[in-house]
Design a protein around this ligand. Structure first.
Ligand code: UDX
Length: 444
């Protein structure tokens, strides 16, 4: 099938490459000329495992091409995916102007009736607005085409986006017409033939809600375990064992019960905020999600509280921060909890020494006063304390004795449980590990 993907950011490019892998004839369209030029030469402008290989392979099979011309991208497409950004406005509501512009562009350039698929995460009932935009622009142009609006939310995680797309837990398709459902089923047939998973066919509004409900639930699961972590610290219990034991219950499951620095990234913070806003607009006060947000803010403040307790004044101290990406396996720093931690340390007057294996370049401008270290050991050497903000494997590989040798004061604030706290204590280090019984400050 001829597929146009409008907006080749993270979600759009992964979707485009995966539809090419499934044998479709895909064209990626974006108005960012720089991005299109880069993709045309086979260079993926962000970090995502397996994606560069997939894009390169299908540039050579001819299954994928890229263009900056809306006329070229949209003409002849049976299906157009809208994968444009939905940034948050000042009040937390999503800004849907790119979605509206994308729909208008489809109606302007379509050469036949198409299926228009919203893949960007949008509020419930956006499908109706897309239909309105298509219809208004169609009338203005006098085309007479009847476009079918579909919601097909993605559930891909950065770092495993290709695998999540080709081997999903489920495919969700919301359509309000038989034609919309029939075209989407045909599009997904090659995926379902090689990977048997539930295919949820529903109406547009329900599909839109599935996406927000899923992300809000996962974020709430993380905040729940972070609240339990605080209680464990106060009660003298171990949140890791609590989470493992809870996870043995098949109704709960162990996934997304890792206590830490809270959730970050381009989706959860924005989606939770948008969902609170959408629910309020519909007349429902989603207080539980506001609490999810509050606990997440609290989680990001935890390292500073621990440092104040264990080191006292930070104004004349060197603090090593290991990890700035919002999670391991990505260079993405959007809403990364580490940014809040670094802001807090700088506000206290600490000299911050930063390391991350792949993400440092994205924060150089944001923290001009920080020292950027190529190696984790360079950040640790001579530091008065270390804070772990992202649980990269290479940090786990540093031995407790080496850590003790490198640090000036033996203080470790492990916000991601990168290390076994008892092994650190055995090496003579004072450890504040998230969700572990709180140790007394040295000398107090
Ligand atoms: C998420 C959803 O998982 C995905 O389905 C959706 O389509 C996009 O948003 P992503 O943002 O890539 O994906 O990251 P994810 O792996 O879900 O992690 C989000 C954040 O939660 C990270 O900051 C991570 O460190 C944190 N997290 C995750 C925890 O703190 N604890 C956990 O147990 C799991």
């Amino acid at each position: 099938m001829r597929v146009c993907v409008l907006g080749v950011g993270h979600v759009g490019l992964v979707s485009a490459a995966c539809f090419a892998e499934l044998g479709h004839d895909v064209i990626g369209l974006d108005d960012d000329a720089h991005k299109i030029a880069s993709l045309q030469s086979g260079v993926v402008p962000f970090y995502e495992p397996e994606l560069p290989e997939l894009v390169a392979r299908h540039i050579s099979t001819g299954n994928i091409t890229f263009t900056g011309s809306a006329a070229e991208g949209i003409a002849g497409a049976e299906v157009v995916f809208i994968c444009v950004g939905t940034p948050r406005k000042d009040d937390g509501a999503p800004n849907l102007s790119h979605v509206q512009a994308a729909a208008a562009s489809v109606a302007s350039h379509a050469t036949d009736s198409t299926v228009v698929v919203e893949k960007s995460t949008v509020p419930v009932r956006t499908g109706e607005r897309i239909r309105q935009a298509l219809s208004l622009q169609g009338q203005a142009r006098g085309s007479g085409f009847v476009h079918h609006v579909v919601s097909n939310p993605e559930f891909l995680r950065e770092g495993s986006a290709v695998r999540d797309t080709l081997y999903p837990d489920r495919v969700v398709v919301g359509a309000d017409s038989d034609r919309g459902h029939a075209v989407m089923r045909e599009l997904y047939e090659p995926l379902l033939a090689r990977h048997d998973c539930p295919y949820v066919a529903t109406d547009v509004r329900t599909a839109e809600l599935i996406k927000h409900a899923s992300n809000a639930f996962l974020a709430t699961k993380i905040s729940f375990i972070n609240a339990i972590a605080r209680i464990c610290e106060l009660a003298g219990a171990d949140v890791h064992i609590v989470a493992d034991a809870m996870g043995h219950d098949a109704r709960i499951g162990r996934a997304f019960l890792n206590a830490g620095l809270g959730y970050g990234g381009s989706c959860f913070p924005k989606d939770v905020e948008a969902f609170v806003h959408i629910a309020a607009e519909l007349g429902y006060d989603f207080g539980m999600l506001r609490e999810t947000q509050r606990i997440n803010i609290q989680a990001k403040a935890w390292p500073l509280q621990q440092l104040r307790r264990l080191v006292w004044n930070l104004a004349d101290k060197e603090i090593a921060v290991l990890g700035v990406a919002f999670k391991p396996g990505t260079d993405d720093v959007r809403d990364a909890p580490a940014l809040d931690v670094i802001d807090d340390l700088i506000a206290e007057g600490a000299a911050v020494r930063l390391h991350d294996p792949v993400a440092l370049d994205h924060v150089r401008d944001r923290f001009p006063q920080a020292t950027f270290c190529d190696k984790a050991e360079d950040a640790l050497r001579g530091a008065h304390a270390v804070v772990v903000c992202t649980e990269w494997d290479e940090y786990r590989a540093i031995s407790p004795t080496r850590l003790a040798e490198l640090l000036t004061y033996p203080v470790v604030v492990d916000a991601r449980r990168a290390w076994d706290p008892s092994a650190l204590e055995d090496a003579g280090l004072t450890v504040a590990a998230v969700g572990q019984p709180q140790v007394p400050a040295p000398g107090l």
